[in-house]
Design a protein around this ligand. Structure first.
Ligand SMILES: [Zn+2]
Length: 252
């Protein structure tokens, strides 16, 4: 056993990149012990990295950002497994909407602050990415196959966050798989056809589970909606569109 002050001195020297051999000389401790203390300290540093995962460590999660990111993930996101058990969270962003790309980046950074966010340019779109071993902790929906071919269910803790921040979740869904645009309708009166334009929202997804998650959230926000096609939710009533504009709004 060595006195704590010797251990501390050796670690401090190692931290300053002093060679193990020199630290051993200065502290009169065998070099093997110095090495063990140094790598032990590294292990400590790795633990600090693990401390980034809110699920594994109990670190508070940035819930509004997470609710938004979950919406984006369910719409246009996926996890890929890379080298050394590191996962990448990927969100596909259309290049027509630079504001949404920036919003996706900042949500990722807020949820997993120690992971760097970067992007890869594809044709007409950009993939925003962040790598961590712990993305599956945050998106337990990850699994083999496309999302619409498997059951998508929120974990209890995810449902609680979505219920606390339904507007952020809806914004994430509509920013990924949604659309806000003009609907043209024809009405015949006074002996002629008249065209009217009004804004509406559409949310299209091939997963029935994700469609229902969207519908439940719209219910919670008191936004009237209906299925306009089997894979499409439509929000078209004037007051419903105005209400959803408070949370989503046009793409930008
Ligand atoms: Zn974790």
């Amino acid at each position: 056993m060595h006195p704590q002050i010797t251990v501390d001195t050796a670690r401090r020297l190692s931290h300053l990149d002093v060679l193990d051999r020199e630290v051993a000389e200065i502290t009169a401790v065998p070099i093997g012990t110095i090495r063990k203390w140094r790598t032990g300290a590294r292990r400590g540093a790795r633990n600090a990295r693990r401390a980034d995962c809110p699920r594994c460590t109990g670190r508070p999660l940035e819930e509004p950002a997470y609710s938004y990111l979950l919406g984006l993930y369910l719409g246009d996101g996926w996890l890929t497994l890379g080298r050394k058990d590191v996962f990448a969270l990927n969100i596909a962003c259309c290049d027509d909407w630079p504001g949404l790309l920036a919003a996706a980046k900042s949500a990722m950074a807020a949820v997993m602050p120690m992971s760097k966010v970067f992007s890869v340019q594809r044709i007409g779109m950009t993939e925003v990415k962040s790598t961590s071993k712990h993305w599956p902790c945050l998106f337990p929906q990850h699994g083999p196959g496309r999302k619409h071919t498997r059951k998508i269910e929120l974990a209890d803790w995810q449902r609680e966050i979505v219920e606390r921040y339904p507007g952020d979740f809806a914004r994430g869904l509509f920013h990924s798989d949604g659309y806000r645009g003009a609907n043209r309708v024809r009405r015949n009166w006074g002996g002629g056809d008249h065209w009217y334009e009004y804004p509406r929202y559409l949310f299209t997804n091939n997963s029935t589970d994700i469609l229902w998650l969207c519908g439940q959230t719209l219910d919670q926000l008191e936004v009237a909606w209906r299925f306009s096609k089997p894979n499409t939710i439509s929000v078209a009533r004037r007051e419903a569109v105005a209400r959803l504009d408070e949370f989503v709004g046009p793409k930008y």
